[in-house]
Design a protein around this ligand. Structure first.
Ligand SMILES: Nc1ncnc2c1ncn2[C@@H]1O[C@H](COP(=O)(O)OP(=O)(O)OP(=O)(O)O)[C@@H](O)[C@H]1O
Ligand SMILES: [Mg+2]
Length: 283
């Protein structure tokens, strides 16, 4: 078995006359996080549904753990975890019983269930009916269930959307921990900061097409065409300098007078890269 856990090879998908995925290629290896980023309707969830065998591609090939998606059956669920929305949780069952049910299906010990509930901060809520959890708690329950059986591949469809920053940070640290342990994570998000922090590679998806692919740093550098510097001088002035002769002279002069209090380069963010590439904001 290679460490290539997911491969998309010229995947296209049409619903009727409308093509929603156009010739997607991507690879995800063991211990990596791949971010699929794009605005609403770009095709992120459709891609996950194809990779998890819930939807058939119109053309192209996709593989999960070396298995062609057309041959995927239930046995794959022993090796993958999926977080989409909160459906699939039994609202009237307690947190513990929700996990117990899945633990039994997958042959997971009660000790592991306890460990994961403690890790996500739901241990003290284990007796609560799942339907009474807050949004952040419910999302942590869904995530716990998806990783209970230590899957090799985890699909996360906007796992932190609508969560408070501290719950989102908790989820980020858990994801990084699992990645370190070798899990491959396929993540969709609108959140560029999240992608920059977590992803080894990102694919920018727009209208069903991958319009850019690379590490977050590579993409930001690729679009860092006009280098800019933010400086603050000892007389209190703040300026953004570019690379015109005048700006270079200003900077050299200020440096020569030892009048520079701070000097920072302004690299583009993934957000501004997306805007440049697609001409549209990512909301
Ligand atoms: N079953 C379906 N039948 C027809 N069209 C569909 C179907 N599922 C998705 N689509 C269309 O495919 C496109 C991509 O949808 P998808 O749900 O993959 O987008 P997304 O990137 O996940 O968006 P969001 O960020 O809003 O979740 C949309 O235009 C959507 O309307
Ligand atoms: Mg979606």
């Amino acid at each position: 078995m290679t460490d290539e856990y997911i491969r998309l090879d010229h995947i296209s998908k049409s619903f009727g006359q409308t093509q929603v995925l156009k010739d997607l290629d991507a690879v995800l290896h063991r211990g990596e996080i791949l971010g699929f980023l794009g605005p609403s309707g770009a095709g992120k969830t459709t891609t996950i549904r194809i990779l998890t065998g819930q939807l058939k591609a119109t053309s192209g090939d996709a593989y999960v753990l070396g298995i062609h998606v057309k041959n995927i059956d239930e046995t794959i669920y022993e090796q993958i975890g999926i977080v989409t929305d909160q459906s699939g949780v039994y609202e009237r069952l307690s947190v513990w019983d929700n996990l117990k049910y899945f633990a039994q299906i997958h042959g997971v010990s009660a000790g592991r269930t306890e460990e994961i509930l403690k890790r996500v901060g739901l241990w003290e809520h284990r007796k609560k009916p799942a339907g009474k959890l807050s949004k952040g708690q419910a999302q942590r329950l869904v995530l716990s269930r998806a990783v209970l059986h230590r899957p090799k591949v985890l699909f996360l469809d906007e796992p932190t959307s609508g969560l408070d920053p501290s719950t989102a940070l908790d989820i980020h640290s858990l994801l990084l921990e699992m990645k370190e342990a070798g899990m491959a994570i396929f993540l969709t998000t609108h959140n560029m900061e999240e992608a920059t922090k977590l992803c080894d590679h990102v694919a920018l998806l727009n209208d069903g097409k991958i319009v850019e692919y690379g590490t977050p740093e590579e993409l930001c550098q690729r679009y860092n065409r006009e280098k800019r510097y933010r400086i603050r001088l000892s007389d209190g002035t703040k300026r953004i300098l570019g690379q015109t002769q005048e700006d270079i002279t200003t900077l050299a002069d200020a440096l020569g007078r030892d009048a520079v209090l701070s000097l920072h380069s302004c690299e583009p963010t993934l957000e501004s890269v997306f805007l440049t590439v697609t001409g549209r904001a990512l909301t």
